[in-house]
Design a protein around this ligand. Structure first.
Ligand SMILES: *[C@@H]1O[C@H](CO)[C@@H](O)[C@H](O)[C@H]1NC(C)=O
Ligand SMILES: *[C@@H]1O[C@H](CO)[C@@H](O)[C@H](O)[C@H]1NC(C)=O
Ligand SMILES: *[C@@H]1O[C@H](CO)[C@@H](O)[C@H](O)[C@H]1NC(C)=O
Ligand SMILES: *[C@@H]1O[C@H](CO)[C@@H](O)[C@H](O)[C@H]1NC(C)=O
Length: 170
């Protein structure tokens, strides 16, 4: 009975970790917070002190009859030129999502002249941070492997052991 509880406990912990890992690593940012994507928000101030990581998302909430979401390059961001957007995220619903899926600088502006009033945001995207629980030993060994493989192998092994014990008891 004690064995069953132990294996079941381990099994549940492993499941919980597996479920939580991807969630903990990506953030969906609502641009402008409660104010959303609107005039009269200083987005330089909004972005200040925030860390945007590759894999995060930007969520633009705005008045679909007036504003839009355009990704432009640095030059066109500075001059508010929306003639050659790199990407037009405007779908027409007033709620658009832009993935920050490359480690680089992103520049978003609103069309219809709102950019001139300050409706523009520069997002500096950083490489994802290392897993928070990595011990010095693990950090050293993970430099050998480029990504999460070091963590996944023992995890898969633990699941196997737990599952095996789980099946045998039942
Ligand atoms: C941005 O695109 C414009 C053309 O729309 C080009 O003239 C300019 O050099 C580009 N700037 C950068 C920083 O790539
Ligand atoms: C962006 O896409 C929307 C919806 O398709 C369209 O109405 C708008 O004209 C486009 N804007 C630019 C600058 O391409
Ligand atoms: C990033 O997302 C954009 C917009 O959905 C897509 O066009 C692009 O192919 C993606 N790039 C990578 C490297 O996944
Ligand atoms: C936003 O705030 C920054 C820092 O206070 C300032 O330099 C910038 O001019 C402001 N931008 C707008 C559009 O008001």
């Amino acid at each position: 009975m004690g064995n069953l509880k132990k294996s079941l406990g381990l099994f549940l912990v492993v499941c919980a970790v597996l479920v939580m890992l991807p969630e903990a690593s990506a953030t969906r940012w609502t641009v402008g917070g409660k104010m959303g994507w609107s005039p009269n928000v200083n987005y330089t101030i909004w972005a200040r002190g925030k860390h945007f990581y590759n894999g995060d998302w930007l969520f633009f909430v705005y008045d679909r009859n007036q504003q839009s979401v355009l990704e432009v390059n640095k030059t066109n961001y500075e001059t508010c030129n929306t003639d050659h957007p790199l990407h037009n995220y405007t779908t027409g619903a007033g709620r658009d999502v832009a993935p920050l899926n490359v480690t680089r600088d992103y520049y978003f502006v609103s069309g219809n002249g709102f950019c001139y009033g300050g409706m523009k945001v520069h997002i500096h995207v950083e490489k994802p941070p290392p897993p928070p629980m990595a011990s010095p030993e693990k950090a050293a060994s993970s430099t050998l492997s480029s990504s999460g493989h070091v963590l996944l192998l023992p995890l898969a092994f633990a699941i196997g052991v737990a599952w095996d014990a789980f099946l045998r008891v039942w």
